[in-house]
Design a protein around this ligand. Structure first.
Ligand code: NAD
Length: 496
């Protein structure tokens, strides 16, 4: 099945069957492929080739570069179902979410095509007569993308669509847990490059590898920008190393996202939003809802409603109409169990969380999503456990709820469910949520590509995707032009 999908997507048999690194599907734990891993020397050679491609591509007019991304969007449309299904096989996402991820790739292509005619700079008035100033934006260089297993294709597409229209070359190190979707995405981009005609070879490359391959990219001064998505642990290693060589980085790291449930909230809507945000992708989204801060007047009711809704969730094979698929692997399951026992020790009342379908899938890790009733925001609640655990805590005053929302080291996504306009505005104000994303009457996950995506504090501070995130992929230049016959100096300085 997976072989057939890879064939259809244009990946050569040699690329996925002849390496030493086994790839397992989280669906049943079976081995589905074997790929070769790049060592540091192979990564270095690819960076060299990417640099040559960059020198050609930067001189191609941006709207023409946009044409390549337009063609890529078309290729993705034609291959949406095959690539979406491959995402399910490799990352364990349910069919709808696999397809949604490919749609996100298509959406960012469309966004980037429009952008390719809108790389605007400012014009600035000068203090000197006969002068004017402007800002111009130029391509940056080689962009190194390091991605996580849980968004195995969309995150690369966010970066690549923007990097290509802004005139850069890309080298991608996907998660070692999801190399197949990376090989397939690259094959689809190469198809678009053939249709395009004269894009330089090696404009986009994949380097399948582990942490060592990632570090080779991180340390190489020929890589102008490292865009790294993954755990805060990874960001702590990558950020300082890129900074040490004065490189640029976009860090998209862990989240610990909360919803404030106010007394006036529409509880029917809130239950649906909580289910999608807390349980979707088996709790393995950076924006997964992990903390529910419920007003004491609604806490018991929401707990009862959630427990009823959780008992009806269909858990199982992600391509067979279920809502919750497997965790990525055993270590993820163990991390979940460890967090739950810590939560119990810290006073939490746990429901759910147990392993399911063990007899049917002895080598895969399906779990019942857990709800933990917590009196306070204890130590375990402040950590991101990448699994479906929802901590539910009470609050009395809105200021206390906002304080709890902010009192964790991460700062990615947050939301409030309220019909009180004062609370909604307060939550999004300067004294409100300190996160990169703050929603009203929408859950914490499921962002659109039009807005800038990213978070504060230990989430890393990077922004990707929409709005003006493209500026992160370009070099800004300030130009002062003198069209007079004099040479006045700024600040009125006389130097005669
Ligand atoms: P991970 O940190 O284990 O790995 C992510 C990537 O980093 C992989 O490609 C890995 O090989 C690479 N890597 C790890 N250490 C490295 C190093 N020292 N140098 C260079 N590369 C290194 O993360 P994961 O388990 O794949 O993904 C889950 C995590 O990613 C969660 O914490 C989640 O919140 C986060 N995430 C964040 C976002 C976001 O946009 N903020 C999006 C998706 C996932």
């Amino acid at each position: 099945m997976v072989d057939e999908l890879l064939d259809r997507l244009g990946v050569t048999r040699a690329a996925f069957s002849s390496g030493a690194h086994p790839v397992h599907t989280p669906i049943d734990g079976s081995r589905i492929a074997a790929v070769a891993l790049d060592d540091a020397a192979a990564v270095s050679a690819k960076i060299g080739r990417a640099h040559e491609a960059f020198k050609v591509w930067r001189a191609v007019p941006a709207p023409r570069r946009g044409e390549l991304v337009r063609l890529f969007g078309e290729v993705l449309r034609r291959n949406k179902s095959a690539l979406g299904e491959l995402v399910s096989w490799e990352a364990g996402k349910i069919a709808q979410e696999g397809l949604g991820e490919v749609q996100e790739m298509i959406d960012i292509c469309d966004f980037a095509v429009g952008l390719s005619r809108q790389l605007y700079g400012l014009t600035i008035v000068s203090e000197r007569p006969g002068h004017h100033m402007r800002e111009t934006w130029s391509p940056l260089g080689v962009v190194g993308v390091i991605s996580a297993f849980n968004f195995p294709v969309a995150v690369w597409a966010w970066n690549t669509a923007l990097a290509l229209v802004t005139g850069n070359a890309v080298i991608w190190k996907p998660s070692e847990k999801t190399p197949l979707t990376a090989l397939a995405s690259q094959a689809l981009l190469e198809q678009a490059m053939r249709e395009f005609g004269d894009a330089p070879q090696f404009l986009s490359q994949v380097s399948v590898g582990d942490r060592a391959a990632g570090q080779a990219m991180v340390d190489d001064p020929r890589v102008a920008l490292i865009s790294a998505t993954g755990s805060t642990r990874m960001g702590r290693e990558v950020g300082p190393r890129v900074a040490a060589r004065f490189g640029r980085s976009i860090l998209e790291l862990g989240g610990n996202n909360a919803m404030i449930l106010a007394p006036s909230a529409d509880l029917d809507m809130a239950v649906r939003a909580i289910l999608f945000s807390a349980v979707g992708t088996a709790g393995q989204r950076c924006t997964t809802l992990r903390r529910l801060i419920a007003h004491e007047s609604v806490k018991e009711e929401i707990l009862a409603r959630l427990q009823a809704a959780y008992s009806r969730i269909r858990i199982g094979h992600p391509l067979e109409g279920n809502l919750v698929g497997p965790l990525i692997d055993q270590s993820s399951y163990e991390a979940m169990q460890k967090a739950l026992s810590l939560a119990r020790a810290q006073g939490g009342k746990v429901s759910g969380g147990e392993r399911c379908l063990q007899e049917k899938y002895p080598d895969a890790y399906y779990v019942a999503p857990a709800i933990v009733d917590m009196a306070t925001q204890t130590e375990v609640v402040q950590h991101e456990t990448f699994a479906p655990i929802l901590y539910v805590m009470p609050y009395r005053e809105i200021d206390e709820a906002i304080r709890l929302n902010n009192e964790v080291p991460q700062g990615l996504s947050s939301c409030i469910f309220t019909t009180d306009v004062r609370e909604a505005e307060l939550f999004q104000s300067a004294v409100g949520s300190d996160c990169g994303i703050a929603n009203v009457n929408i859950g914490t996950s499921g962002a659109e590509i039009g807005g800038a995506f990213g978070g504060e504090k230990e989430t890393g501070g990077g922004r990707e995707s929409g709005s003006d995130a493209w500026k992160g992929y370009m070099r800004r230049q300030t130009n002062t032009i003198n069209y007079s016959r004099e040479l006045p100096l700024a600040q009125g300085i006389s130097f005669d």
